[in-house]
Each structure stands twice: as C-alpha cells, then as structure tokens.
Design a protein around this ligand. Structure first.
Ligand code: GFB
Length: 310
C-alpha cells in the first residue's frame, strides 16, 4: 500500500527515475540478494517502506515473523545502501514505537520513555531498531539517513484480509458484505472505545517526499541532537465506534453493530503530536471522510482481485 503510493507520487515528479522490485523479485530478508541489488543498480535515494505489517490480530498471532522480518529488512537495506554509497535514505516506522501510556498527543521525545503496548511489542521493537540504525549510520558514517513515524494508515492497495489487516479495510469489507447480504448487524472488535488517528496513504507519500527533500541543516536542526525521527499524522483522532459509524455511512449500511469484547482493544490512544512536521511546512490534506470514500471506491473497483495477505 505505502510502496505503491510512493511510486505514484515519485513517478509524477520531473527528473525522477523510480527503481522498484516486487517482493517476489527481491527478498529483502536475504542479505545477499539485497547486497547484489544495491551493487548492481545506481540508487541515489532510498524510501524504505517495505515491512511485515498487519493489524492487531496479526501482530499478536505472528510475533516471530513481525520482529524477524522487520529486523532483517531494515538491517539488510540500511547496511547495503551504505556500502553501495547511498547518501540519502528515509526509513518508515510506526506510531506504535511510543509507550502504551505515552503523554497525548505523543511528541517525538516520547520514544523509549516507557513500556510498549504488548499486542505489537515485537513489531515496535523492530521499528525502534530501524530508527536507531538510521541514527547510528548517520552519526558514524556521515550519511543522511532519516526516519518518519506515520500514524495508522489506510487507502488503496491495503490488506483486506478479514483477520490480519487493519481496522479500516477489515470493517469496509465487513460492512459492505453486511449491506449486500442484508444482515441485521455487524461485529466490531473490542469495546469501540480506543482512539485512533488515520492518515490516507497518498498524504503519507506526499509527506515522505517532503521530508526527504528538506535541506540537511533544516532536517538536523528540527530533529534532536541524535538525528532522530519526525511524526507524520493528521493531528486529530476518533473512537473506533465513531469510525465504525463513518464506515457504515460510507458504505450505505443501515443495520446495527455489536462490539465483541473478547477481541483486544490494544493501545487506548495513540495520537501523534504533529507540530514538528507542521513547522517544517507540511500538513495533511485528505480528510477521513474523503479518504474513506476513495478507499471504498477503490475497493468496489478492485473487489475481484483484492489483496488479502495471510
Ligand atoms: O487497525 P488495528 O488492527 O491496529 O486495530 P492497532 C485498531 C482498533 O480497531 C483496535 C479495533 O482497537 C481493534 O480492536 N477493531 C475493531 C478492529 N474491529 C476491527 C477489525 O475488524 N479488525 C481490526 N484489525 N481491528 C496496529 C499494530 O495496532 O496498528 C501495528 O498492531 C501497527 O503494530 C498498526 O502499529 C498501525 O492500532 O490496534
């Protein structure tokens, strides 16, 4: 989802040639393959969006894959890029790097200030390692490896797997099916009370290019002295219940909903403090209502061959 949004954004820019590989062509968890790729291609900038990612259930169910795959991808790409002489790299993390009970909204300085949310701790630890990789290579080798921490993302090409995806694609699919089958109610996981912030993926791609293109001094003056990371979000959140109501409206479903409290809520709230990225001249432009409309339209157009990764 993120990779294809970045390609859409970058391919539209003048004087940019996008070099991309599918995961079938290049397995980023394999060090030799990654080294060969960087040695054989002339790459100037790297957007490291590739990751093993998923919703609350997948994180809980496959902790080994979430920590191993992400550590391998980050370690292999950052090191091979450095060895091949790449000067600029942008690593994409996640807002789940912050402690479960972090002060809201969460500023960049909340990193490593407390205990992580248990449902995604392995993934979060891998993403924190990615930030530290970029900081360390920049400090020791003088390269310009930056990091951004996006809030929860959604949009076209999302993973619509009913169990393993994130809340928006899962609920769009479920409310759509309920409408088609004229079901009296839809099940929503958890209590409906957790608060989440959602960023449309094309907004994220725009922010990534913005951060990559900030001047060296502008970026270093903005982040802390360890050359750390920048939050990317919209600055407002809503409850899962409010989200479900909005999704029902987007889909045109008029039945009821039931909350399944046997399913985990996860972090109570994770709203990003986006004052730093605002001060650097970027803010999101696609509202949740508009983003949901676009995602649902895409879902309807691609219903037959939609991605539903296990
Ligand atoms: O999107 P989601 O899986 O991500 O869940 P997290 C968000 C909230 O929506 C949770 C509730 O409180 C879920 O219980 N929810 C309600 C649902 N219905 C559903 C549903 O049908 N499917 C899903 N998936 N959730 C992930 C992390 O956490 O967020 C990752 O596990 C990553 O590491 C990602 O950081 C951005 O925000 O809870």
């Amino acid at each position: 989802m993120v990779g294809s949004a970045l390609v859409r954004k970058l391919a539209a820019l003048p004087n940019v040639e996008v070099v991309q590989r599918t995961s079938a062509e290049l397995d980023l968890t394999r060090q030799n393959q990654v080294n060969d790729f960087f040695q054989n291609e002339k790459i100037h900038q790297v957007y490291l969006a590739a990751a093993r990612a998923g919703g609350i259930h997948a994180n809980n169910q496959y902790p080994a894959e979430f920590i191993y795959d992400n550590l391998m991808i980050e370690g292999n790409v950052v090191h091979a890029a450095y060895k091949a002489g790449v000067q600029k790299l942008l690593f994409l993390g996640s807002s789940c790097i912050y402690p479960r009970m972090a002060t809201q909204p969460m500023s960049e300085s909340e990193l490593l200030s407390g205990k992580l949310e248990l449902t995604n701790e392995p993934y979060a630890v891998a993403k924190i390692a990615g930030i530290k990789l970029c900081e360390s290579y920049s400090r020791q080798y003088g390269v310009d490896f930056r990091s951004v921490m996006p809030t929860n993302l959604y949009g076209e090409n999302d993973n619509f797997h009913p169990a393993n995806g994130h809340v928006i694609p899962a609920m769009l699919q479920r409310f759509h099916d309920a409408k088609v089958e004229q079901l009296p109610e839809v099940t929503v996981w958890g209590s409906g009370k957790p608060m989440r912030e959602f960023l449309y993926v094309d907004d994220l791609a725009d922010a990534c290019v913005h951060v990559m293109n900030l001047g060296v001094d502008e970026y270093r003056d903005a982040v802390d002295e360890r050359l750390s990371h920048i939050n990317i979000g919209v600055g407002v959140d809503c409850s899962i219940k409010e989200l479900a109501e909005l999704i029902a409206k987007t889909v045109g479903y008029t039945g009821g909903m039931r909350f399944d409290t046997s399913k985990p809520d996860g972090t109570p709230r994770k709203l990003l403090d986006v004052s730093l990225i605002h001060s650097l001249g970027w803010r999101s432009s696609i509202s949740l209502e508009e983003g949901l409309r676009r995602t649902y339209r895409w879902f309807l157009e691609n219903h037959d061959h939609i991605r539903g990764a296990a």
